[in-house]
Design a protein around this ligand. Structure first.
Ligand SMILES: Cc1ncc(COP(=O)(O)O)c(C=O)c1O
Length: 393
């Protein structure tokens, strides 16, 4: 039998302005192409140490247990939940989007007695709503999403973390989309466990999940009565490889770790504050541009994420046709709405490397053309003029 050999990989050139992955710096790609060494090679152990230290800086924490789980953001979610929950424990999850819903499901699969509080997609929780739930349910763990990529909403965490501690609960935060694009203060806010992903504002390909755990969370893990129900994400084993005895657990994805190492160097070289300001500026320019051609945000401005812009699709405009034209004619990827927002919103990402003035301006120009084709009334060039005004200001 003869088989045809598939052609070599030759991806089209895209500008990744969706909900992730985001554009990747050539520096990260070339770091990933460096020669693979063994997972216990002294060179790789040094890379792991440096990577942990850089992650602590980006998370703004001194937590010893800070490392990158070998898997995507969802694996980071499982690592946090499975290690902190024992069957029968109560877990409160705040659900206002797809990823809060996923965290609740992971909690159930870890054997937790999960209770949820819910808000419509796009809205956020007030501290007093969370406090009532903490009082009523007395959970061991509360899970909440900092930056809900499915809705574009930013959830403030500081007050909620204090309340969690007042009620003797640990707090777990999903920072998959916020890390590297928005202020994240793990120690100052008192967050006990965090997971993130590489493919959003860190601008590294998908494949690793940075996590960090407070000493309180580590104590809870150390006092477990039964082993973690997932062998792969059992941190009592994984942490011996990232520190301690350096015992083999699984073969680390070496070149992914090279990529994250370089991505973190880029983040720290730019500086966290400068990076947050860049994300905010490009968000403001995009928002001004969109407003000038009659496109509104799906989320209130005060709750709006700078790196994920969820906007309402104008009446009479074909969602799929516009996204296809952007992709096929201009090479620009944006995201569709999720859950109840499907067909009603677009999700425009300005994450990491993709959060650039050039991307905002070329996207607006391309969108004007797509919208005009759909019969949407607009003044040609208005979006670009409005965005340029923000950049000039
Ligand atoms: C907020 C949030 N949490 C979790 C995830 C899951 O991450 P992954 O798709 O990398 O498994 C995502 C991915 O988009 C996300 O945006």
């Amino acid at each position: 039998m003869s088989y045809e050999i598939a052609p070599a990989i030759c991806p089209p050139r895209r500008v990744l302005m969706g909900p992730g992955p985001s554009d990747i710096s050539p520096r990260v790609l070339s770091a990933m192409a460096a020669p693979t060494v063994g997972h216990l090679d002294p060179y790789f152990l040094k890379i792991m140490d440096e990577l942990q230290e850089m992650l602590r800086q980006v998370f703004r924490t001194r937590n010893q247990l800070t490392l990158a789980i070998s898997g995507t953001g969802s694996d980071g979610m499982e690592a946090c939940v499975f290690n902190l929950i024992e069957p029968g424990d109560k877990m409160l999850v705040c659900v206002n989007g797809v990823f809060g819903g996923r965290m609740a499901e992971v909690g159930r699969r870890a054997g937790a007695e999960v209770v949820t509080i819910e808000k419509p997609f796009g809205e956020i929780f007030t501290a007093s709503e969370v406090e009532s739930a903490l009082k009523e349910h007395q959970p061991k763990l509360i899970g909440i999403v900092h930056a809900e990529t499915s809705t574009g909403a930013l959830q403030p965490l500081e007050e909620i973390a204090k309340l969690a501690h007042d009620h003797n609960a640990l707090i777990l935060a999903d920072m998959v989309t916020s890390l590297g694009g928005l202020p994240v203060e793990v120690d100052e806010w008192g967050i006990d466990a965090v997971y993130s992903g590489t493919q959003k504002c860190l601008s590294c390909p998908p494949g690793l999940a940075p996590v960090t755990f407070s000493p309180r969370a580590v104590e809870v893990m150390d006092q477990r009565k039964e082993p973690v129900r997932s062998w792969y994400v059992d941190l009592s084993l994984i942490r011996n490889y990232w520190g301690g005895s350096r015992a083999y657990h699984h073969t680390a994805p070496i070149n992914m770790n090279y990529g994250l190492h370089e991505a973190l160097r880029i983040v720290l070289q730019e500086g966290l504050e400068a990076r947050f300001a860049r994300h905010q500026k490009n968000h403001e320019a995009l928002k001004a541009g969109l407003a000038a051609i009659g496109i509104d945000y799906a989320v209130a401005e005060e709750n709006s994420l700078p790196m994920l812009n969820a906007v309402k699709i104008p009446e009479g405009v074909d969602d799929k046709a516009v996204r296809a034209q952007l992709l096929n004619q201009f090479g620009i990827e944006i995201g569709a709405g999720l859950g109840p927002m499907a067909g009603k919103t677009w999700r425009i990402g300005l994450m990491g490397e993709a959060s650039r003035e050039a991307n905002v301006l070329s996207f607006l120009a391309a969108l004007e053309q797509c919208l005009a084709k759909q019969g949407h009334t607009l003044t040609a060039g208005a979006s670009i003029a409005a965005a340029n005004k923000v950049y000039a200001g």
